[in-house]
Design a protein around this ligand. Structure first.
Ligand code: HEM
Length: 320
């Protein structure tokens, strides 16, 4: 059999590649000879993926609830992958940052759109029953959701809004700010005013990881990267648009659809909630109360004042 010149060329290149690492090409060719062909199901670990749904009850709709959470976590992972690529650029530039932010915006746009799977994709009666078997677990405990926030903005922006400016003025450490992080307000029992078990579990698992990440991203979160660009690049309209969309997607649009599903399934009068040891989610979840804003410098005082109300879509159009 005649060996084509392209193949000889490739073998020479391979030989150089392995020689550079002190490796013997012949052994690697043996490996190639004996290796099985790759299959789709092995590559994406399909059997493992499809075995990860273990409902706690026999209500069929619980499967939807589990899988949609898993889908969301994968989108969060995709988002983090891009946010980290932006943070790790050797020489940050506007074009790369814009392109990668656009991807994150697409992921969140998809999540916002697909939330209908929660809002009207399960029977309320089934949901209200199976959720009781899941206590005290809550999407509130999503570590990746908090990681997306930490990678997106200066940590001070995640301090509870009423004391944020005090902590900004005194140049507080990450640890001090972490004590007053906004999400603690969503995990206090209405009846006793104490930390919920949901929060205690979350803190046990994630406090160390999240404070470490906050230190790591102090100089490479998206806002820090933006501010490190040249004055000219900071004026790039496409980049500013993506930043504003990230703010809107993560801090308004997704929280609003999520809140809609909480309202659809859980709306009761406040006394009933307090009596069952519930949280104050009606006062906590709506973006206009949380006023979590990644990039306040990019918004006007009125836009900040009106945060979470209907101005956003009108202002930015629906392009991103
Ligand atoms: C029927 C669907 C859902 C309902 C009724 C619901 C309800 C709630 C409620 C009441 C809270 C407030 C904390 C608590 O009391 O536990 C919460 C927080 C949260 N949930 Fe959900 N949730 C739903 C779906 C999801 C999904 C699919 C995700 C995706 C991971 C998710 C992620 C979160 C996150 C990240 C928080 C914290 C939000 C914040 O701190 O601002 N939830 N949810």
């Amino acid at each position: 059999m005649e060996i084509k010149p392209e193949i000889i060329e490739k073998i020479k290149l391979l030989d150089q590649k392995y020689a550079a690492m002190g490796q013997d090409l012949t052994s690697y060719l043996d490996g190639l000879l004996y290796a099985d062909y790759l299959t789709y199901w092995d590559y994406v670990h399909l059997d493992t993926l499809l075995s990860l749904q273990t409902p706690r009850t026999s209500f069929p709709d619980e499967n939807i609830f589990i899988m949609y959470h898993q889908i969301t976590e994968l989108y969060f992972k995709l988002s983090l992958h891009e946010l980290k690529q932006i943070g790790n650029q050797e020489k940050p530039n506007a074009a790369f940052t814009t392109a990668r932010l656009h991807r994150v915006n697409n992921y969140f746009k998809n999540l916002t759109h697909s939330f209908a799977i929660m809002i009207d994709g399960m029977e309320r009666e089934q949901f209200l029953k199976f959720r009781m078997s899941l206590l005290p677990a809550s999407g509130f405990q999503s570590g990746q959701y908090r990681m997306v926030e930490i990678c997106s903005t200066d940590f001070i922006q995640l301090v509870a809004k009423d004391i944020r400016e005090n902590y900004r003025n005194k140049n507080a450490s990450i640890e001090e700010m972490f004590e007053h992080i906004y999400w603690k307000e969503g995990a206090t029992e209405l009846s006793s005013g104490k930390k919920t078990l949901t929060l205690k579990q979350f803190e046990n698992k994630y406090s160390v990881t999240l404070t470490k990440l906050a230190h790591e991203f102090k100089t490479k979160n998206i806002w820090a990267i933006y501010k490190s660009l040249s004055a000219e690049e900071q004026k790039d309209e496409k980049l500013i648009n993506e930043l504003k969309w990230l703010d809107v997607n993560v801090n308004i649009n997704w929280p609003l659809v999520h809140y809609k599903s909480a309202a659809r399934y859980l709306q009761k009068n406040p006394e009933d909630i307090a009596a069952t040891g519930g949280t104050n989610w009606q006062k906590y979840l709506p973006p206009r109360f949380q006023k979590r804003i990644f990039y306040p410098e990019l918004w006007t005082a009125t836009e900040i004042e009106e945060w979470g109300k209907s101005w956003v879509e009108d202002l930015l159009g629906s392009k991103v």
